[in-house]
Design a protein around this ligand. Structure first.
Ligand SMILES: [Zn+2]
Length: 149
């Protein structure tokens, strides 16, 4: 892990701690509501071509959309995932938490970073918020496997 990545991990962790301090020890759905973000579930395919999208965020108005089918397919492949026991209802809370970081970013426009840094920080944010033991980038590998068949 290089220094830049460590900074992203720290940023995601610090943002999660700030959100917990401001809004309390709530479920992720309740946190989204407190933060003024609408959460929608879509039955459409969020992806395009070979790219699978599980969730996305739009800032105006703040909205997170979760793609049910993609999440269900991934959940069917969770057997070997190390943090499976911490995600008893599947990966939905993880994607919701990830997108909440992008909302936090939208509220803190001074903190500029590359797309890659932002994604890595979002993973660290979700990890801290949900008390996971592994950075969810491991899930990316699992997701690629789930959709290769
Ligand atoms: Zn993201």
């Amino acid at each position: 892990m290089n220094v830049a990545k460590d900074l992203d991990v720290d940023l995601g962790r610090a943002a999660a701690c700030e959100v917990r301090r401001l809004y309390g020890d709530l479920e992720v759905d309740a946190l989204a509501e407190r933060m003024g973000v609408a959460v929608e579930t879509s039955d459409r395919d969020g992806g395009y071509g070979t790219v699978v999208v599980f969730a996305d965020y739009t800032p105006r108005p703040p909205r997170i959309r979760l793609y049910r089918r993609a999440i269900e397919v991934l959940d069917g492949h969770l057997a070997g995932y190390p943090d499976r026991d911490r995600l008893p209802e599947g990966t939905r809370p993880l994607f919701l938490a990830h997108e909440l970081f992008h909302h936090w970013e939208a509220l803190h426009p001074g903190s500029r970073r590359s797309r890659e840094q932002s994604e890595h920080a979002a993973g660290s944010f979700a990890m801290t918020l949900l008390g996971l033991t592994r950075h969810p980038e491991q899930l990316d590998r699992l997701a690629r496997g789930a959709f290769q068949s």
